[in-house]
Design a protein around this ligand. Structure first.
Ligand SMILES: [Ca+2]
Ligand SMILES: [Ca+2]
Ligand SMILES: [Ca+2]
Length: 548
């Protein structure tokens, strides 16, 4: 299909430039693609009179995000078209609809100067199957509209009024991508000490924490980005300058509640958590975020204070990763079991074909369904799922959380028993009678008093302690998903003693002493545990971390 419109009839749709009087670096120059011996190289015509200017100049695509293109140096007869993935097709609007038989289209691997049609919408996002193979852009006059997180548009400008115009017209890559690897100059420049061509699209060289590089997500797919809690983000593929910066990205999802018909306690606890000081913020995931820097913990499909992907047979699954979870049941212990015996968690999943299973399907929790560059060592990186259970038998010796100590790519599932945590906290509060509450967190290598009450415990103080305890258990179980335990202790198992001040301490410490009811609740992981952080199973060669 070839569509044309003449400048004279739709002049208003083109934004005319001022003959390239702006900053030359902001201009996009036409490129010619040459393929020799299977190697594609671009020739950029820096002498071209015809260039493009983008507004905004540093624009990067994300769904429904658009950029206005100005043609500079154009003469009469200018026509701007989108080069479609299909052979020899150009359009001034939308490329023909693509179907499963077309398949995805990556112009970089195809070594062709055409617009991309990457699978899905973002690296992770799988919510709209009708967009799975769509061309990543449409054109409306001079406005290029993105339908993808990180697509590559190729624009052709025909300009018969310019002397020496190439026979096929001028071809431009938008956003500008000087080395034709799918990652725009402006994004690569964020990570390059000089220039903008330092990244390899297939590389996975994120550093820290821990000695193992990589997070299972290739640089291109980190550029293309993710839909996280409804927002489109790009992640950091490697450090630039700050060598202490942590780069690996951790994806986590909370199901609250996981049981059918249950009412989540997390819809109120985090939002009513009283900040004791502005420097001591309330955040359900704060403990987990101490593992990697705050900005690299991505909580999928999460709205604070709401139910998030609650368990229900007909629920709408979280559409930001492959989520096969359906609901959780706790099978009660037999009547003959000793008091305090825990029930057995029983997960139900719904596989891709709609069948029900009690074993997590292999693709469950996959966070890179649409990845273009699979990392060979980690072809299917997974996120962590934490399920909230409201199970609360009378006994208080039951676990407050559970997580398989398998690797993050295994079939592990984490549970936090919020009602048990609340009950346990209440018991500890009641155990101190009317003694004032004192709260400590572990900071700078020692327990630090953060708050001291002045009388009998108040409701906000009680709520605060419940919330801190839930934060601790959530961080504790997430740690087990990543095996952040440096050793197996005969007394404490895969934990530290309760006074170590780490998120994998066996439990929080509570001491009634000197007329005070003292709560010691860790909020972070120690450096030893951080050094064991991994996102996928690899044998630990240092001997200081547990092997998968
Ligand atoms: Ca590039
Ligand atoms: Ca990476
Ligand atoms: Ca990363």
């Amino acid at each position: 299909m070839r569509k044309h419109w003449l400048t004279g009839t739709v002049l208003g749709l083109v934004v005319w430039g001022a003959l390239g009087l702006g900053d030359a670096h902001a201009q996009v120059y036409p490129v010619t693609l040459n393929v020799s011996g299977g190697v594609a190289t671009l020739t950029t015509d820096l002498a071209s009179r015809v260039t493009l200017t983008l507004s905004p100049a540093d624009w990067l695509p994300s769904p429904t995000n658009s950029v206005t293109i100005t043609v500079n140096g154009a003469g009469p007869g200018t026509l701007m078209e989108l080069v479609c993935p299909q052979d020899n097709t150009f359009t001034t609007s939308a490329c023909p609809a693509r179907t499963a038989t077309d398949g995805a289209y990556n112009p970089i691997s195809a070594k062709q100067l055409r617009t991309s049609a990457y699978p899905g919408v973002c690296t992770n996002y799988d919510g709209d199957p009708t967009k799975f193979f769509d061309t990543d852009f449409t054109l409306t006059g001079a406005v290029l509209n993105s339908r993808d997180c990180g697509g590559m548009a190729v624009i052709r400008v025909r300009n018969t009024g310019v002397v020496g115009e190439p026979a096929l017209g001028f071809f431009f890559i938008v956003p500008k991508d000087s080395d034709f690897d799918g990652m725009p100059d402006s994004w690569e420049a964020l990570y390059c000490s000089t220039g903008n061509t330092c990244l390899d699209p297939a590389e996975d060289s994120d550093s820290g924490p821990g000695p193992l590089a990589g997070d299972g997500i290739a640089a291109f797919d980190e550029y293309r980005g993710f839909k996280v809690a409804g927002q489109y983000i790009r992640t950091n593929p490697r450090q630039k300058i700050n060598t202490t910066e942590k780069q690996k990205d951790l994806f986590i999802s909370l199901v609250n509640p996981a049981e059918l018909g249950a009412t989540s306690l997390l819809t109120t606890l985090p939002t009513t958590l009283p900040p004791l000081a502005s420097s001591d913020p309330a955040d359900l995931f704060l403990n987990v975020k101490s593992l990697v820097s705050n900005s690299q913990v991505h909580v999928l499909c999460f709205t604070p204070g709401s139910t998030n992907t609650p368990g229900a047979t007909n629920r709408t699954p979280c559409d930001e990763w492959v989520d096969r979870f359906s609901y959780l049941t706790i099978i009660p212990p037999p009547a003959s079991a000793p008091a305090g015996t825990a029930g057995i968690p029983h997960f139900t999943y719904k596989a891709a074909d709609g069948s029900t299973t009690n074993i997590a399907p292999p693709d469950d929790r996959q966070i890179t369904k649409n990845a273009l560059y699979r990392v060979p060592a980690v072809p299917n990186p997974k996120g962590v799922r934490i399920s909230e259970s409201l199970d609360a038998p009378a006994a208080v010796t039951l676990p407050l959380g559970e997580c398989a100590t398998g690797p993050a790519t295994g079939a592990d599932e984490c549970i936090i028993y919020t009602q048990r945590i609340v009950n346990d906290t209440n018991t500890k509060i009641a155990g101190g009678g009317t003694n004032p509450i004192v709260y400590f967190s572990y900071e700078g290598g020692r327990w630090t008093e953060k708050y001291r009450g002045t009388g009998a415990p108040t409701d906000p103080e009680k709520q605060f302690l419940r919330s801190r305890h839930i934060e601790f258990i959530l961080g504790h179980e997430a740690a087990h998903a990543h095996q952040l335990t440096p050793f197996y202790d005969l007394t404490y198992g895969y934990h530290n003693p309760e006074d170590a001040g780490d998120n994998v301490d066996v439990r929080i410490m509570r001491v009634v002493k000197g007329g005070l009811n003292k709560f010691y609740i860790p909020r972070s992981y120690n450096t030893t545990n951080q050094s064991c952080f991994r996102l996928f199973p690899l044998l630990d060669l240092t001997g200081t971390c547990p092997n998968p």
